[in-house]
Design a protein around this ligand. Structure first.
Ligand SMILES: [Zn+2]
Length: 312
């Protein structure tokens, strides 16, 4: 029997489930589930149990189709330590210091691995790239979605740091005294390079509200205000990525997340900005590209990490 692993990607508004064998998606399932709202409506005692039950129901549903599931990887937004404890999830104050990995393992009765969502997406991207470049060991990942997440795959594994907070690149301050951020600071990258950041930039420039898809279409049609909003995103993201290359000396950079589908609106400018801010002698050594563009990096990364770490 093939060894199959379930990857679960816990997003702000959706839960995604995918069962994979070595390199194939065997079955998948997705439900709309507003994590922030559900947790906010529950008490601090109920919220952890609600999350466990939601994940368990998806597991049981797919288990009927794929009884060969050997283990489960969960990509979750927040700081996760080496013991699988969710230390803090910035937008979910109800889940402070919650041993989610252990709670799920006890409920599902299979081995579970918990990973930060951006790290899991970084690992999923890394595994896809490694299929074409077997020597690949290090990769920087930036995920542009509701927020901005980051991951650094170092020597084939996500780098978590002491408190699971490594590569929180969305909270690098790129505009001192700039837009207010949910983390309590001002001028964080997330406020300029996320979907919400793009919307805020466009609103500031044009005085009009529009969602990211419309702003992308306007930019493609030559609207200078929409192009300027993407220019702001590229300027700050390019600067932040250049800083990272100076700290990590890593030559592969991939940009994923929902906004990466608008790569044609900002990719060239991002490339120029990255080169502008890098150490000049090294500026042509970096490979900056969009990720594979689908939204499977999270479930694929979570399932692949479970395979790699639960049964090494
Ligand atoms: Zn912040």
């Amino acid at each position: 029997m093939t060894k199959a692993f379930l990857g679960i990607d816990v997003g702000g508004t959706n839960l995604r489930f995918g069962v994979f064998d070595e390199d194939r998606l065997l079955a998948s399932y997705q439900i709309e589930w507003n994590l922030h709202q559900r947790c906010a409506e529950a008490s601090s005692e109920q919220a952890p149990q609600l999350v466990v039950e939601a994940l368990a129901s998806g597991y049981h549903r797919l288990r009927e189709q794929c009884p060969e599931i050997q283990g489960v990887g969960v990509a979750f937004p927040g700081f996760i330590n080496g013991q699988g404890v969710l230390l803090q999830s910035p937008n979910l104050p109800q889940l402070l210091h919650f041993p989610l990995e252990q709670a799920l393992q006890e409920t599902l009765q299979v081995p579970v691995l918990l990973e930060n969502d951006a790290n899991a997406a970084a690992f999923g991207t890394y595994i896809s790239e490694k299929a074409h470049d077997p020597h690949l060991q290090d990769l920087i990942y930036a995920g542009l979605g509701t927020g901005v997440g980051g991951g650094w795959i170092h020597q084939g594994r996500p780098w978590r740091g002491e408190n699971g907070a490594a590569m929180e690149i969305g909270h690098l301050i790129v505009v001192p005294g700039g837009r207010r951020c949910g983390c309590g600071n001002q001028g964080c990258l997330e406020q300029y390079a996320s979907a919400q950041g793009l919307v805020s930039s466009y609103l500031e420039i044009s005085g009009m509200a529009a969602d990211p898809k419309i702003i992308a279409q306007l930019a493609r049609d030559g609207n200078p205000q929409a192009q300027q909003a993407f220019g702001i995103l590229a300027e700050h993201l390019g600067q932040a990525l250049a800083h990272l290359t100076k700290v990590l000396d890593c030559r592969e950079i991939r940009v994923g997340g929902g906004l990466s589908q608008a790569w044609d609106c900002f990719g060239d400018t991002l490339q120029q900005k990255l080169q502008k801010y890098m150490i000049p002698a090294l500026s042509d050594t970096v490979q900056l590209m969009p990720g594979n563009g689908d939204d499977q990096a999270g479930i694929w990364g979570a399932a692949s990490l479970a395979r790699a770490l639960l049964f090494p």
